[in-house]
Design a protein around this ligand. Structure first.
Ligand code: HEM
Length: 411
């Protein structure tokens, strides 16, 4: 399909200048973002766009780190890389999803509340549960000789794990996945569907919180909803808006992200037989391989809102502008990584920022790493050498979270 044949989401037609008219939903960017980052890095290291409101996108590691570390000028209250046009946003309350949408000083305590739920002990508790989920899924297709590594496998693991941790029924999985898709993947084309889904998530947790509150303290199950309900801040329980916003975040932060990272890893192994063979022969490489999957295929881009007019990373930014925090671009910066556009399965120095940088660095990073490790171990243990059936059938999402959504493989 040629550029002209593709309908542009914003109705402006395809861009011919990535530096001055960036379009992160352009299929050329979604298909091969690294080519665009390379071009920008050499000519215009902070791209600009007015397509969906004013936004900047630095591609250098140091510039992204500068903004991530500057919470005085850059707020997290609007972290979506694309939102409603200004005219439609007026009067609508902002979604608060603490701590990801919190700025200091509130961010500090909103994050601290959640730390116990992601402790090394909790990750250990979740490991056999994750393994059981992975095994059950592989059991479903191992004998078939083919499957969709995204739809039959990667998609299901993080949602089942987080449902368990939150204490919500696994039988609601399809609804959770549908929300993640509508909010994080399809929201760019249909913002109303995304807003409707946000309301559904908040209503869902409203009911779960009421049910849980009706149970005596000592009889409540040990899960994240109970943790949040039992939290006191300055002698007062968390207010309902905070409770709902945090549940919303915990459900959605780990689904699409980990599903994308696992999908990219399996896609890579299916399309790079040498790396697949090496990982099978040297399973001790798995930890390094996972870090390289995370660096090379970093799924998550976040946003910041400029609070006051400011000159930052060489650009005259206006209050209300957005800055797209392309952690994926930072991970390909030759100033920080040797030969960054080459996938090196046993890369030694790999201080990537796939999980972000600064105060908002991912709280679920160790959980995600465990899920990736267990899921890859279980897949490699049961599925013999595998390959893509039809490369053209593989589809990738772009925008906030990039990852393959269909990966037909056979063995
Ligand atoms: C491979 C999978 C994952 C990736 C690549 C990823 C990436 C990120 C990134 C880039 C941020 C920083 C956001 C910012 O700077 O605005 C973040 C924050 C966060 N992530 Fe993850 N994430 C993953 C999995 C998870 C999982 C499994 C959870 C569990 C619920 C989780 C929970 C969170 C939370 C709560 C925050 C907000 C932390 C804060 O604001 O202090 N993430 N993640």
């Amino acid at each position: 399909m040629s550029d002209g044949q593709r309908a542009s989401v914003d109705g402006l037609g395809p861009t011919d200048d990535w530096g001055r008219d960036l379009d992160i939903l352009d299929h050329r960017f979604v298909d091969d973002p690294a080519a665009v980052w390379r071009e920008l890095r050499d000519g215009c290291p902070v791209a600009f766009t007015e397509r969906r409101g004013r936004a900047w996108m630095p591609v250098r590691y140091d510039d992204i780190a500068t903004i991530a570390n500057d919470t005085t000028h850059f707020s997290s209250r609007r972290v979506g890389v694309i939102d409603l046009p200004d005219s439609q946003r007026e009067g609508r309350p902002l979604l608060t999803a603490p701590p990801i949408t919190s700025d200091p000083p509130d961010h500090t305590w909103a994050r601290r509340i959640l730390l116990p739920a992601f402790s090394p002990h909790q990750i250990e508790v979740m490991t056999p549960i994750t393994r059981a989920v992975a095994r059950e899924l592989v059991d479903g297709f191992a004998d078939r000789g083919q499957s969709d590594a995204a739809r039959d496998y990667a998609q299901h693991i993080p949602v089942r794990v987080i449902a368990h941790m939150l204490g919500v029924p696994a039988s609601d999985e399809d609804m959770f996945t549908d929300w993640a898709v509508r909010i994080l993947q399809e929201g760019f084309n249909d913002l109303q569907a995304s807003l409707d889904a946000i309301i559904e998530v908040l209503q869902y947790f409203g009911v779960r919180i009421d049910e849980r509150s009706a149970i005596a303290h000592e009889d409540r199950p040990d899960d994240l909803i109970t943790l949040l309900l039992g939290t006191d801040v300055g002698g007062a329980p968390l207010d309902r808006k905070h409770l709902l916003g945090t549940c919303f975040l915990l459900l959605l932060a780990g689904i699409d992200t980990t599903w994308s990272a696992l999908g990219s890893s399996l896609w890579h192994l299916a399309t790079h037989p040498d790396d697949q063979a090496r990982l099978r022969a040297e399973p001790e490489l798995l930890d390094a391989a996972i870090e390289e999957f995370l660096r090379f295929y970093s799924p998550v881009t976040m946003a910041r809102e400029v609070l006051d007019d400011v000159d930052a990373v060489g650009c005259p930014m206006h209050a209300g502008d957005k800055v797209l925090m392309s952690f994926p671009a930072a991970n390909r910066d030759p100033a920080h990584f040797d030969d960054p556009d080459t996938f090196v399965i046993d890369r030694q120095h790999n201080r990537h920022v796939a999980f972000g940088k600064g105060i908002h660095r991912c709280l679920g990073s160790n959980l995600a790493r465990m899920e990736l490790k267990v899921a890859l171990e279980e897949w490699l243990a049961r599925i013999p050498t595998f390959e893509i059936i039809d490369p053209d059938a593989v589809t990738w999402t772009g925008g906030q979270v990039r990852g393959p959504r269909t990966i037909p493989v056979r063995w």
